[in-house]
Ligand binder design. Structure first.
Ligand SMILES: Cc1cc2nc3c(=O)[nH]c(=O)nc-3n(C[C@H](O)[C@H](O)[C@H](O)COP(=O)(O)OP(=O)(O)OC[C@H]3O[C@@H](n4cnc5c(N)ncnc54)[C@H](O)[C@@H]3O)c2cc1C
Length: 307
């Protein structure tokens, strides 16, 4: 289907910038989608993968028209049947490339094994965004303020990429290379994301924003902390909105792992956190306030396993 061309008249108010003459295709299998991406790349056509459109279309509407590169082909992946599966595989839970926040809120496997993911999903925008927005889109957009990414990072997520050349699996913590930059190539699709089932570990999620709903985080923290005999065996974190990419707080993790709860010194935790992040001022908050909230969220997460 060709979107209506606006070449001879001013861009219609509803036409996202750069998409006026784009061809829209709706593959129903991953193989078909990958083949379309490959052919577009070979033909030198500018291609865009479209899932829920809650980042892409909004960004395109906000872009000044002269800064929006022209797109020749839009590959809408929402009709791919295999893209909605959520499945348990041994010690891991996997989400196909089109799983939405609403799927997370309703799926029994998620509610039973990792309710934190449903809690996080409830904090994303409002229901309209949750029914369209996908985890894969959240990851691919690579916003440091994304909510899905820190939750997945704390669960040791892997991102499975596929192209006609083959597949590769990237740990989520290595997926981002800078502000809104990832290792993904234009001919690749995120076909699956898998996470470690937390078992008996304490899992928590806390998002701090301006409001309870429809709010981008000032800081958000997901944590998975496993304690045995009073000692932290395993700790994973994902913190949003404090750095150019979602942060795994490796210094905090290294300090607490293997340490008895009774030996954890809050001042040392703060020092480790200061080595991990140096948040900046922006339109949503100040760096100072973010640091204050980040300290408090980490303390709360650690206190929750001490209780
Ligand atoms: C009103 C509003 C409120 C919002 N609130 C929040 C919020 O509270 N928290 C939050 O984290 N986000 C929020 N968002 C942002 C957005 O909803 C999420 O980032 C969402 O997860 C994006 O997913 P999508 O399916 O809509 O992606 P799209 O917009 O379709 O695509 C985003 C990017 O991902 C790529 N992509 C999508 N699927 C794939 C795939 N399978 N393989 C490869 N690349 C892919 C696209 O090419 C594009 O680059 C909000 C957006 C709006 C408009």
């Amino acid at each position: 289907m060709m979107l209506e061309s606006t070449a001879k008249r001013p861009r219609a108010a509803h036409a996202p910038a750069g998409l006026e003459a784009a061809e829209l295709v709706r593959p129903t299998t991953v193989r078909e989608a990958l083949s379309l991406l490959e052919k577009a790349a070979q033909a030198g056509r500018a291609v865009m993968v479209l899932a829920g459109g809650t980042d892409l279309i909004v960004d395109r509407h906000l872009l000044p028209i002269d800064r929006a590169h022209r797109v020749d082909l839009v590959v809408d992946v929402t009709r791919i049947e295999q893209f909605h599966a959520i499945a348990k595989d041994g010690e891991r839970l996997s989400f196909a490339g089109g799983v939405t926040y609403w799927d997370l809120r309703r799926e029994r496997l998620v509610l039973e094994a990792i309710p934190m993911l449903a809690e996080m999903a409830k904090d994303v925008g409002a229901v309209q965004i949750q029914t369209r927005g996908t985890l894969a889109g959240n990851i691919a957009s690579a916003s440091p303020a994304a909510d899905g990414v820190p939750a997945l990072m704390a669960l040791d997520a892997n991102v499975h990429l596929a192209s006609t050349q083959g597949s590769r699996t990237i740990p989520l913590a290595q997926f981002f290379t800078g502000y809104r930059k990832t290792v993904m190539r234009p001919d690749e699709l995120i076909v699956r994301i898998d996470v470690r089932l937390p078992g008996s570990a304490k899992v928590s999620w806390r998002k701090v924003g301006t409001r309870q709903a429809q709010s981008i985080s000032k800081v958000a923290l997901a944590s998975v902390i496993d304690v045995a005999n009073g000692t932290i065996r395993h700790a994973r974190f994902g913190m949003a909105s404090v750095a150019a990419t979602t942060h795994p707080l490796d210094h905090v993790r290294t300090y607490v792992e293997g340490r008895a709860l009774s030996a954890i010194d809050p001042a040392e935790v703060d020092l480790a956190l200061g080595r991990d992040i140096q948040p900046i001022d922006d339109v949503r908050s100040t760096g100072e306030y973010r640091m204050h909230v980040a300290r408090s969220l980490v303390r709360r997460a650690l206190a929750s396993v001490s209780a």
